[in-house]
Write a protein that binds this ligand. Structure first.
Ligand SMILES: Cc1cc2nc3c(=O)[nH]c(=O)nc-3n(C[C@H](O)[C@H](O)[C@H](O)COP(=O)(O)OP(=O)(O)OC[C@H]3O[C@@H](n4cnc5c(N)ncnc54)[C@H](O)[C@@H]3O)c2cc1C
Length: 463
């Protein structure tokens, strides 16, 4: 439903002196995230835009925006860095695009815990923690622009998950403070299991103000590429590296030949025909890492202090979503899936998928911990032609035991990373009784859907 111009004008009057911008070009640009990484969403989300961008600088200003939005029943979609890859921060029903990037305070860093405003970038927080001998346990590969609240509300894990598991693993988020969207907004703080209500809920059930997270000791990292002549040995090595609990690492990214060559910035550092593991290893563990590489018959073809490699970007920008972006520079139609291979027969199921798929389709896998087990997430890379071709690949992955998240849809439930129970809907109604927060993402009827037959990821904990 378009927002009535009179309501929008009254809203803008009511939020004075908070900065806002209704310039069509700016609103359009801020209404996009990185959904173009998906060929399906590229079409489905074209033209979805907010009416106005509002940039609060404090909790009080956020509350002022909420009061005015509720009075005039105008939807609010929060946006951090706008790096989400499923259209999480694209407003489906217009209204206010709440730009959180002016709200960046570090509230405290003490005793291995950081508390900060939702709009702070992950890179800035890591830098602040490092000054005191700590670092973030994990961050997305988009760390330079991704915000803390955007990561918690839209992400799942990433750089650091090879050591610490996923964001949803118990202990990785200590507290989330958020505002309800009511006539008089309530500021509440969630701890323990309640954190799950807000994590990966796409900002549909409250506006996140502050987040508290435990930190890790700051390590001196080395960025390494290891080449192997054969793919399954590469995958086996990646899995074993994750299981070596004495070796501290934060990335284990397995890329089958010819992906190392499709990542043009790597040049020919990986020999022809070789697959690679991209790994971040803590300096004190380098000897043990070298021993493990030798045991598996690999060769370390790149080994640089973190931030000093010759490839023009940190090596984590060749892993996770960034890995896909790298090869899309060669062919924008390359795409893949977030298949989660079963931990109890990890290498076996990867091998089965490898055997079942056209050898010309190389596999990309991120190896990390989830719920106390080593898992692998990824799929063969395909050149997108049609939804039916994508559906066939989803079915193949599932036939070999992988739970597949749908990274080509905007619905929280449909994506299948967040487990949704009746409690989520109760909480949603309490926090956002007029359904003004990012409408269309949690409500199945209004989301932008694709028809992929995905089952979502499976987690062991009871729902
Ligand atoms: C190339 C590429 C690589 C990526 N790598 C990773 C990765 O390694 N790991 C990973 O988990 N994700 C990854 N992502 C997805 C995304 O970058 C991350 O999830 C990132 O943390 C999102 O942060 P952001 O600030 O850009 O969020 P945005 O895109 O701005 O927002 C994400 C969601 O959070 C909501 N939100 C933002 N701020 C608030 C707030 N204050 N209150 C409530 N809701 C809010 C938005 O409405 C939206 O639903 C990747 C994406 C791309 C395109």
């Amino acid at each position: 439903m378009p927002i009535a111009p009179a309501a929008l004008e009254a809203f803008c009057d009511a939020i004075d002196p908070i900065p806002f911008n209704a310039d069509a070009a700016i609103v359009k640009r801020k209404s996009r995230d990185q959904f173009t990484i998906s060929p399906l969403l590229r079409e489905a989300l074209a033209g979805r835009t907010a009416d106005v961008v509002v940039t609060p600088r404090s909790k009080d200003e956020m509350a002022q925006v909420i009061r005015a939005a509720v009075r005039h029943r105008i939807p609010i979609t929060a946006r951090g860095g706008g790096t989400a890859n499923y259209g999480q921060s694209v407003p489906l029903h217009g209204g206010i695009l709440l730009d959180m990037t002016a709200y960046t305070d570090v509230v405290s860093i003490r005793e291995g815990t950081i508390r900060a405003a939702g709009g702070a970038t992950m890179a800035a927080l890591d830098e602040a923690a490092r000054k005191q001998g700590w670092e973030l346990r994990m961050h997305p590969s988009t760390t330079a622009t991704a915000t803390l609240a955007g990561f918690i509300a839209g992400g799942s894990g990433g750089i650091g998950s090879a050591q610490w598991g996923m964001l949803r693993d118990r202990g990785n988020i200590t507290a989330i403070e958020l505002l309800s969207v009511e006539e008089e907004p309530r500021l509440i703080e969630l701890r323990g299991a309640d954190i799950e209500l807000v994590h990966h809920a796409y900002g549909t059930n409250g506006l996140i103000t502050e987040i508290e997270m435990p930190l890790a000791p700051a390590w001196t990292w080395r960025e390494c590429l290891v080449a192997f002549p054969e793919f399954l040995t590469t995958a086996r090595f990646g899995v074993q590296l994750a299981r070596e609990i004495g070796i501290v690492k934060k990335v284990i990214s397995v890329q089958e030949w010819p992906i190392p060559r499709l990542m043009r910035a790597l040049g020919d550092v990986v020999p022809d025909g070789h697959s690679m593991v991209n790994a971040y290893i803590a300096q004190p563990n380098m000897q043990s890492f070298r021993d493990l590489v030798a045991e598996f018959g690999g060769v370390i073809v790149a080994d640089h202090p973190s931030g000093e490699n010759p490839f023009g970007a940190p090596l984590f920008e060749f892993a996770y979503g960034h890995g896909l972006r790298q090869i899309q520079k060669v062919n924008p139609k390359f795409t893949g899936f977030q298949g989660m291979f079963p931990p109890d027969r990890l290498v076996e199921s990867i091998a089965q998928v490898r055997a079942a798929v056209d050898p010309a389709l190389p596999m990309r896998l991120e190896i990390f911990w989830s719920e106390g087990q080593v898992v692998a997430m990824g799929s063969p890379v395909i050149v997108y032609e049609a939804e039916a071709q994508m559906a066939a690949m989803v079915e193949l992955l599932q036939a070999h035991g992988a739970g597949v998240a749908n990274s080509h849809t905007t619905g929280v439930r449909e994506v299948g990373i967040k487990r949704i129970t009746e409690r989520d809907y109760v909480f949603k109604r309490e926090m956002d009784p007029y359904n003004l927060l990012n409408p269309g993402k949690l409500n199945l009827d209004a989301a932008v859907h694709t028809n992929l037959p995905t089952s979502g990821w499976r987690f062991r904990k009871a729902g």
